[in-house]
Design a binder for this molecule. Structure first.
Ligand code: SAH
Length: 362
């Protein structure tokens, strides 16, 4: 049974050493395994040709390299790919590959489903299903790299990772950090934390903890409203930690920024709800009040889908909102939706298999 096998992908070299020693093998096998899994991204124990045949055979009985099963892969007309996997216990996991001319980005999930219930997000409709293990997090990235660039092929320098798929990374903090520590290793994927961005809905105590970490990834905070009244309506988490709590945490985080690094705020633009110039002005003065001057705002026009009751503002409204921020000295960027036709864009990951819907779009 696959579920009972040991998933080697979530183990660091220390864990792998214990594992091989338990198996009566010399310790250097751990390094061979780690490199084979993460640097060469091998998909089958047969391909670990530097390991004895008898141990390879034993490994294929007691251990596994994959636990996620690919259910379906969707390719957008803009080149974006969405991968829908299923965990060993049948929960959906989604990962998105986003190519751009300059660099590629992989957007991975930290949980299956999501507990936060943001009113404008389709993932919320799944509810919370499970935390992903470190192995299930790393596996998403390795699967995509092999699909896009080929097994054992080098990935282009500068491929970025964003923890912006389904779930709340800071509610699966330990597993996320373990996955990051595995992925950054030079003898592995070698994706350094400076190329990783973690996005949080605003789990305030974790923002303070994250700020203190050495060699941490970048941080993005999903804000989406400039005052408590509006944010309470859109994002239930605001009732637990309000904007004052969040801005104090953001200010503490700002003190941990490296030279040239900025803290990102994401702001989903919802037509007629939070997209007026007065909201932009309120947002700018909020940031100012907390001394947040090393930040940038990513404006994300809402990606609509049934049954969400929101729509994106017009392009003119988006431009005016951005202009108001910039006039107040706040850097703002409009995020272009990618993979909208295959339900791969922000807030659209809901394990949706758009068999028929897709046929309508294409
Ligand atoms: N739970 C984390 C990680 C998910 S990141 C967080 O909330 O930050 C996903 C981003 O997409 C968040 O910034 C969220 O606000 C945004 N989002 C959610 N639904 C959306 C939608 N329908 N259209 C555009 N952006 C959306």
């Amino acid at each position: 049974m696959q579920e009972e096998r040991i998933h080697l992908m979530g183990m660091d070299p220390v864990g792998l050493s214990e594992f091989v020693i338990d198996q009566g093998e010399p310790e250097f096998r751990a390094r061979q395994l780690f490199k084979g899994i993460h640097q060469r991204r091998l998909e089958s124990f047969e391909d670990f040709t530097d390991i004895s045949k008898s141990f390879r055979e034993r490994l294929s009985v007691i251990a596994c390299l994959r636990t996620l099963n690919l259910v379906q892969r969707f390719v957008s007309n803009d080149g974006t790919r969405r991968y829908l996997f299923s965990t060993a216990n049948g929960n959906p996991v989604e990962t998105v590959f986003i190519p751009t001319r300059k660099r590629d980005t992989i957007c991975f999930s930290s949980q299956s489903g999501c507990a936060l219930n943001c009113d404008f997000c389709l993932t919320a409709k799944l509810g919370f299903l499970q935390n992903l293990s470190p192995g299930e997090i790393v596996e998403q990235i390795i699967y995509v790299l092999n699909d896009v660039y080929g097994i054992a092929k080098e990935m282009p320098h500068g491929t970025n990772l964003v923890a912006m798929g389904a779930g709340e990374p800071f509610n699966n903090f330990e597993n996320l950090l373990k996955a990051v520590s595995i992925m950054k290793r030079e003898d592995g994927l070698f994706i350094v934390p400076g190329r990783i961005t973690v996005s949080t809905v605003g789990i305030v105590p974790k923002i303070y903890e994250f700020a203190k970490l050495n060699g941490r990834p970048h941080l993005a905070i999903s804000l989406s409203a400039p005052n408590d009244e509006l944010r309470n309506r859109l994002m239930p988490i605001n009732k637990r930690w309000n904007i004052d709590d969040l801005m104090n945490a953001a200010a503490a985080f700002q003190n941990s920024l490296k030279q040239g690094e900025r803290l990102t705020f994401e702001y989903v633009l919802l037509a007629g709800i939070n997209d007026m110039d007065r909201h932009a002005a309120e947002l700018a003065s909020l940031l100012k009040r907390y001394g947040l001057d090393r930040v940038k705002i990513n404006l994300i026009p809402h990606n609509s889908a049934e049954p969400l009751e929101y729509s994106p503002p017009s392009a003119e409204r988006v431009a005016a909102f951005k202009q108001t921020l910039e006039t107040s000295g706040v850097s703002a960027y409009v995020r272009k939706a990618r993979g909208h036709d295959i339900f791969a864009a922000c807030g659209q990951l809901a394990a949706f298999d758009p068999g028929e819907a897709l046929a309508e779009v294409v």
